[in-house]
Write a new protein. Structure first.
Length: 331
């Protein structure tokens, strides 16, 4: 029988999400990878337990997380029943819908039919009555935004979600989504963009838009699919995603120039007493503009290493200038 660590709230920083009353841990656990039939169940449970013991109260999912799609939600459902049933009110659980889940015209994108059907399936897989946050995972170019946002609003009205968010929306789409939701009476809580030292696109208007709208943000892929973990300081290692030419990280990405940049960033990390991964997480969280950063983990030890980044989230001007000189922001 799992009993949570009584000191779990003593070290993790929590940040208010936009103008809401909801606080999120500086680091949240994403179940995009490592939660499915190709991983031992006990390892999955150890990751979740260790995360919660270290103050990570937010578990982030989507309907298509796996592979195959849906298994990550099922895995979390098993863990909730086995370990976390007494702690449900201490957890923030989110899921999303937008990518392909079943064949035919109603199995993806942003229609009301798809979104609400998908949410029902997600709740069944996780064994939950509601999720804390339900996201539109990507904008649908062929469905009116009013319909997509209306479906999110309905999820809240039906008691199946407490808050709603969007992911992968442009600044303009985010602004319009927030307007529609505001008129419906369900505020936009949060945006989930891809953001890392190597992908700084949110700095090109999105973060400013979120600040203006008072909407929270949670960054996914802050370690850029493992590139910022230190594994690639000597090129492509065996067994890595790049070595297997993953659809999320191709071998062509790991150029000599990138390796030089990673080594320079690693030097900065060492000067701060951090690993490259810890530097990358701290950088995303610098200054408080990002509410939370999503980490993935294949072991409990990786969770511990990531959480250690929260001990040093401040940067001085010289450090930031050195990082900008290595990974230049786009004009």
């Amino acid at each position: 029988m799992y009993t949570a660590d009584s000191a779990r709230y003593e070290a993790m920083p929590y940040r208010r999400t936009g103008r809401s009353g909801l606080k999120l841990p500086a680091l949240s656990l994403g179940l995009w990878h490592n939660f499915g039939p190709d991983r031992p169940v006990e390892t999955q449970r150890q990751i979740l337990r260790r995360a919660f013991d270290l103050g990570i109260t937010h578990f982030d999912l989507a309907n298509n997380y796996g592979p195959p799609p849906g298994v990550a939600e099922s895995a979390l459902g098993d863990a909730l029943r086995a370990d976390f049933a007494p702690y449900r009110d201490e957890l923030v659980i989110s899921t999303k819908a937008g990518y392909l889940m079943w064949p035919g015209p109603y199995g993806e994108w942003g229609s009301r039919k798809y979104l609400l059907s998908s949410l029902d399936q997600s709740l069944t897989r996780m064994g939950l009555d509601y999720v804390d946050i339900f996201y539109s995972h990507r904008p649908d170019p062929e469905t009116p935004l009013e319909e997509t946002m209306g479906a999110l609003h309905s999820a809240v009205q039906q008691g199946k979600a407490l808050y709603v968010g969007v992911s992968n929306y442009s600044p303009e789409q985010t602004r319009e989504a927030a307007r529609i939701l505001g008129e419906l009476g369900t505020p936009l809580l949060i945006h989930q963009p891809r953001y890392s030292m190597l992908d700084r696109r949110p700095e090109e208007g999105l973060l400013d838009t979120l600040d203006e709208l008072q909407v929270g943000s949670i960054a996914y892929s802050p370690l850029e699919q493992g590139l910022l973990t230190g594994r690639y300081l000597d090129g492509i290692p065996e067994g890595s995603r790049a070595a297997s030419d993953s659809p999320f990280l191709s071998a062509d990405t790991v150029t000599e120039d990138l390796v030089r940049q990673l080594r320079a960033l690693d030097d900065i990390a060492k000067s701060r007493g951090q690993t490259l991964a810890q530097l990358a997480l701290a950088w995303v969280l610098r200054g408080g503009r990002v509410t939370s950063a999503l980490i993935g983990a294949s072991s409990a030890r990786q969770v511990e290493d990531s959480v250690a980044a929260t001990r040093a989230l401040d940067f001085d001007a010289e450090e930031l200038a050195r990082i900008d000189a290595i990974i230049k922001p786009r004009p």
